[in-house]
Design a protein around this ligand. Sequence first.
Ligand code: NI
Length: 253
Amino acid sequence: MYFDSHAHLDDRAFDADRDEIFDSLADHGVGRIMNIGCDLSSSLRSIRLAHKYPFVWAAVGSHPDDAASVNDELLAMYRQLCADERVKAIGEIGLDYHYEDPPREVQLPAFRRQLELAAELDLPVIVHEREAHADGMELIRQFPQVTGVFHCYSGSLEQAKELVRRGWYIGFTGVVTFKNARKAVEVAQWMPLDRILIETDCPYMSPEPFRGRRNDSRRVPLVAQKIAELRGVDPEVIEQATTENANRLFRIE
Ligand code: NI
């Protein structure tokens, strides 16, 4: 059974066929999903999905795109939402310097304050970090008691080694199946088996041969198959390990 550790199935891209997708997951071997918030409304939608489906759990938080919204009032809302038994993580939070909108001066305190919340509530975090490697690592080093996953990993092997040493997990998407995926491939081959998570990040990051099309959780086995191929093991090895890893990180069962 596969665990999609990072999905946005609340996205409006699924409004026409969401129930159909959830009803057919089992046919594709997908048994568990972590649905991720990006702001208050998607966090609330994630919790709603987690109450509707027993195999879905929720993460709440503000993505770097939403960093300008992070203030005392919003953090108090997130703290309250985390009391819900279906909420298992803070995320996705982090830094994105690709477009840098909002600017890093806004993103950095939003990330820091949500790491503080995770420390306070003893919850794992789901980190989105793009082209902000130095600042991202600098901040997580300041919170040694907080761990979680760097999702859709795009950093170096050196950074991955430090994350693993610090107790973190690394999440791989369909990017590992892309022809130009040099860094993600190198990291996926090196990773200790007990720290790998697989994810779709749907509706984005569709694996080959569906690159560029809308993604959904039914394609997470393709990510596991590619990692298995890269490591020269049976897909079942990756399937079992990544599900155990997600259960351990998110403290499910
Ligand atoms: Ni995401």
